[in-house]
Design a protein. Structure first.
Length: 242
């Protein structure tokens, strides 16, 4: 994560600007582009190489240093430093810091809790709370018959802006939302017991495995369901057009 020197910036300004715009566009609308694409992109689903690094490295640093040093302070401060460095790099390169700011808040809060208590497992407490909130929002959206996946897709893919008026679309996006309910419920079922018994390293591994990799799998299944729905709509519209 190194920024180009000033000479390179002056020489390659147009190309560098285009790269920045492309990355910012991916961060802002990568999921929307994935939904409209004919092929599934793991990179778009999970934020590309930089997004992966910014999400995974802080937890990896915390777990590694905690196992080696058994120091909550060293592990916590190092994890926060990694996120701050990622934020500084984005600011220097004049890229949107929004994706890093959320991570910084969670990591910083976890670090403060862990340092205050002296228990490494408290580093993961904010993530557990976020999983609980996400699960509740998903369940409430289902109870309100406005599945959250449908709401997001209606915004990201103009072709489905009226999805709520189509029974087939409501069924598809209800099932897609249930997939995310299952994901967040599984996270809590695995991670909460590890948190309660103080398994810091195991908790870190579970967080990493059930993070981006699991999300990518669910995103792929949702993409398949979305594409199948679009195909059915096109077939239904063909006789009318003919």
């Amino acid at each position: 994560m190194t920024s180009p020197d000033s000479a390179a910036e002056r020489t390659d300004a147009p190309e560098h600007g285009e790269a920045q715009e492309a990355e910012q566009g991916q961060a802002a609308g990568g999921l929307g582009g994935m939904l409209r694409s004919e092929e599934f992109s793991v990179a778009d689903a999970i934020g590309g190489p930089r997004g992966i690094a910014e999400s995974v490295v802080p937890t990896l640093v915390f777990v590694t240093l905690y196992v080696i040093t058994r120091s909550v302070l060293i592990a916590s401060v190092s994890a926060v430093a990694v996120v701050v460095l990622a934020l500084i790099v984005r600011l220097v390169q004049r890229q949107s810091p929004s994706t890093v700011l959320g991570g910084l808040l969670g990591v910083a809060l976890g670090a403060v809790l862990a340092i205050r208590s002296g228990d490494g497992e408290d580093f993961y407490a904010p993530g557990i709370v976020m999983n609980v909130v996400a699960l509740l929002v998903l369940v409430v959206s289902l109870l309100a018959k406005r599945p959250l996946v449908g709401l997001f897709i209606g915004v990201l893919d103009p072709r489905m802006e009226n999805w709520a008026d189509e029974p087939d679309a409501r069924r598809v996006y209800t099932r897609a939302t249930l997939l995310f309910v299952a994901l967040y419920a599984a996270k809590l079922l695995v991670q909460v017991p590890l948190l309660l018994i103080g398994q810091v390293a195991a908790m870190g591994v579970a967080k990493l495995v059930m993070g981006l990799p699991a999300f990518a799998v669910i995103a792929y299944l949702v993409w398949l369901m979305h594409r199948a729905l679009l195909t059915r709509r096109e077939l239904d519209q063909e006789p009318q057009q003919g």
